[in-house]
Design a binder for this molecule. Structure first.
Ligand SMILES: NC(=O)c1ccc[n+]([C@@H]2O[C@H](COP(=O)([O-])OP(=O)(O)OC[C@H]3O[C@@H](n4cnc5c(N)ncnc54)[C@H](OP(=O)(O)O)[C@@H]3O)[C@@H](O)[C@H]2O)c1
Length: 267
């Protein structure tokens, strides 16, 4: 299926690894020009080279901007990238690392504000900067990578549960504003367990704490998924690209869970 977005400009943050890289790859394969953002320049440069090589059309532009997307200066650097489109993005995929796990009793006001800044305010700021231009041009797609924890909160991920639920509430209202009539959609993609560096390092920390092996912890995670496997960043990217396509204009304000059937509820 031709997604009808070749030649568009996308901003994908957290794009040097994992789910963000999966999204950038799926968009690049569709001929979308992508600005990829991550903090570590060397890892990002490697990802950008790899993405550029995988583009079917060599004219597709893949540009890396090393920046912290959770800071105002980082976002400014992205919007001022000399080879980029400025604020004229057609597609924005918001993503960064998740807040650390921990005990509710240990979290201070500063801990909470840092989580809210990274996982609630940063996506809002990216949307705020780009969405009115999208509406004027009559096309826009925003996809926020949040978490399955929005639907089924995880006790030791309270910072993530709280900050991402806040973003979800804001998006629910905004997506149904006049932006919808201007063909600008805003949706959230909720990953369950996907095999990325983040999942590997969280699992190896758990393995160490439990005195067991990484393989055992990964197998336990897999056993909790009806699909009996972990998700791949490429299948996550494929869903993201579809939500960004011309065909997905009637899908907005949705929370789309990808978890191999792990969430047990009806709705
Ligand atoms: N994987 C899962 O199973 C899963 C499940 C539920 C939710 N999630 C959420 O989905 C998101 C992506 O997860 P992932 O597994 O793909 O993580 P990952 O493998 O650790 O990749 C994270 C990517 O984001 C970049 N990044 C992190 N902080 C950033 C910042 N402040 N500014 C710009 N780039 C930043 C990282 O590069 P640098 O470090 O170089 O910046 C890297 O490219 C996270 O928020 C995670 O909590 C993941």
């Amino acid at each position: 299926m031709d997604l009808g977005i070749a030649g568009c400009w996308a901003l994908v943050s957290g794009a040097s690894r994992g789910l963000g890289l999966g999204c950038a790859r799926a968009l690049a394969k569709e001929g979308v020009n992508v600005i990829c953002v991550a903090r570590r320049e060397d890892v990002l440069a490697e990802a950008v080279m790899d993405l550029q090589r995988s583009c079917p059309d060599p004219a597709t532009r893949i540009i890396g901007v090393a920046a912290d997307i959770t800071s105002a200066q980082g976002r400014q650097r992205v919007f001022e990238c000399p080879d980029g489109p400025g604020l004229r993005f057609d597609i924005v995929v918001t993503n960064s690392g998740g807040p650390p796990p921990g005990d509710f009793r240990d979290w201070t006001e500063e801990t909470w504000l840092a989580a809210i800044r990274a996982n609630m305010y940063a996506p809002i700021a990216l949307i705020q900067a780009t969405v009115d231009g999208m509406a004027e041009r009559g096309f826009g797609r925003i996809v926020n990578i949040t978490s399955g924890a929005v639907k089924a909160p995880i006790a030791d991920l309270g910072l993530s549960n709280g900050a991402r639920s806040g973003l979800t509430g804001v998006v629910a209202g905004l997506a149904r504003s006049p932006l919808a009539a201007a063909n600008v959609t805003i949706n959230n993609l909720l990953p369950g367990a996907f095999l990325t560096d983040r999942l590997r390092s969280a699992s190896s920390a758990r393995a160490q704490a439990q005195g067991t092996s990484l393989e055992t912890v990964l197998q336990e995670r897999t056993n909790g998924v009806p699909a009996r496997r972990l998700g791949s960043p490429d299948e996550f990217g494929a869903m993201c690209a579809y939500l960004c396509s011309q065909h997905a204009g009637y899908i907005t304000g949705q929370n789309i869970l990808m978890d191999g059937g792990a969430y047990p509820g009806v709705l």
